[in-house]
Design a protein around this ligand. Sequence first.
Ligand SMILES: COC(=O)COc1cccc(COC(=O)c2cn[nH]c2)c1
Length: 250
Amino acid sequence: MRLDVVSIFPGYLAPLDLSLIGKARRDGLLDLHVHDLRDFTTDRHRTVDDSPFGGGAGMVMKPEPWAAALDHVVQDGTTDDAPVPHLLVPGPGGVPFTQAMAHALAAEPWLAFACGRYEGLDERVYDHAAERMPLTVVSLGDYVLNGGEVAVLAMVEAVGRLLPGVVGNAESLVEESHEGGLLEYPVYTRPASWDDSGTVREVPPVLLSGDHAAIAAWRHEQRVARTAARRPDLAAASATVAGLDDLDVR
Ligand SMILES: COC(=O)COc1cccc(COC(=O)c2cn[nH]c2)c1
């Protein structure tokens, strides 16, 4: 998969050199190109923003640098198989980013991310982009960041880890939160009995039983109960929750 990121703070994307995503890049599973938006300005001050028409606080990102940057990305990465990228713009007003979307994006050959700052991009940037490539404004949550870079780090990690070969044990992707519409079950490791400064905390006996059917049933029940307790919105979407309101859930 090819990934392009355009930002006025390219250094923000340095964490993508680390850990599993960094290894995926070194293994050739991910081809990441980070572009500095200011390289696509034409004035001596490398200006990327200006005051909003109609007044109001803050600044708006100018359309010309963005159009030049996006056109460069397309020109630089185009191939017969993937002539244009899917452009993703993280923003508070976007469609919710979900695990289902991460899976869909992981199946695409080329993603590009536009990192907005200030009050956002001049709306005509979206018009320019939408005439050339698929465009999705994506929200990571109902809060406001100072820019799209942090959201891009999260999305690249969420998508990249789903690519074959990136996560060592692909089985670990199956029962994690939001796979199958349920949250993850509680996990435990040694010691089986932990003396927590006088409070002895035991691992649920079923997990030590060796009865794999009972363990699987207990884990599913925990996933369903946790989802009901913490994410009633997801639970409502999943028919497997009925009759769990008397369970001890956290
Ligand atoms: C509509 O697109 C834009 O506004 C792009 O411009 C901006 C401006 C400021 C901040 C951001 C970063 O995104 C978020 O704050 C965000 C994403 N998810 N949840 C919060 C992006």
